[in-house]
Write a protein that binds this ligand. Structure first.
Ligand SMILES: [Zn+2]
Length: 267
């Protein structure tokens, strides 16, 4: 059984002491690909190094978190900081230069939880459109963070991406039912974290969206299904829950999700 975690942050300080053990445990649980996500320039460089060091298990998904792009710092994140606003063009050059080693662009998107909507919407939308256009040019899948901005993100994605020219992966999507339907109809994919075992929102989402449009993630170290640090090995919890909701075996579910991963990320 091959499993995949398409979104996590293994360069977080909570993994500094025992990353080799975490990877061993993940491998033993069946994980064969782990996409580590970048959120800002110093972070992206760390992620790329991590992917180089742990080929082929770890792959790099480099991104520009909407909040970091604005130069705002959420409290105590535990990831490398970037001072001030991010120069998008400069970071695009870095992505371009390393494109053969990048599996996806993300996380990117909009966020009205950490940033005031009224004050930042215009700038966030402007940045997001620029990033989408660059990602289309680079021809990579795009991984979306849309906290409290699900509707706005879907609208922008619908306007910018024609004919499903690049795959869109909604990471930890928390939008309401009508938005789940809309994004699913647009052909977006949804990556489901292990806290689906407790979250009725994700359970509803999995019932609505066809299995061919589902992926698994952890967002480690956040969103643990238990009371500890989240880690890639917990993908198995998501698979079990999806299998139960779709009334399939664990093996069939894992096989389809792995197949989705290979198809979407071409990796
Ligand atoms: Zn994340």
């Amino acid at each position: 059984m091959n499993l995949v975690d398409v979104h996590c942050h293994l360069n977080h300080e909570l993994f500094k002491a025992d990353l080799p053990e975490v990877l061993k445990k993940a491998y033993a649980a069946g994980l064969r690909r782990i996409l580590v996500s970048g959120v800002n320039p110093p972070n992206n460089r760390e992620v790329l190094e991590l992917a180089r060091k742990h080929q082929p298990l770890i792959k790099a998904s480099l991104g520009i978190y909407p909040i970091d792009a604005l130069g705002i710092q959420p409290d105590a994140v535990g990831l490398p900081h970037h001072q001030g606003k991010i120069d998008l063009e400069e970071e695009f050059c870095f992505f371009e230069k390393n494109k053969t080693e990048i599996t996806a662009i993300g996380e990117v998107g909009m966020d009205f939880h950490w940033a005031d909507k009224e004050k930042t919407e215009v700038e966030q939308e402007h940045n997001f459109r620029k990033i989408i256009r660059f990602t289309i040019k680079l021809n990579k899948p795009i991984v979306i963070h849309s906290r409290k901005a699900e509707n706005e993100c879907i609208t922008v994605l619908e306007q910018e991406i024609k004919n499903k020219e690049i795959p869109v992966i909604q990471h930890c999507f928390s939008g309401k039912k009508s938005l789940i339907h809309k994004a699913a109809e647009l052909g977006h994919y949804f990556s489901i974290p292990p806290n689906i075992i407790k979250s009725s929102n994700f359970q509803t989402l999995v019932k609505i969206v066809p299995l061919t449009q589902l992926l698994t993630e952890t967002d480690s170290p956040w969103l643990s299904p238990f009371s500890d640090r989240n880690e890639p090995a917990y993908v198995l919890e998501t698979i079990k829950k999806i299998a139960e909701l779709k009334q399939l075996s664990i093996e069939e579910t894992a096989k389809q999700i792995w197949h989705n991963y290979e198809r979407i990320f071409n990796a």
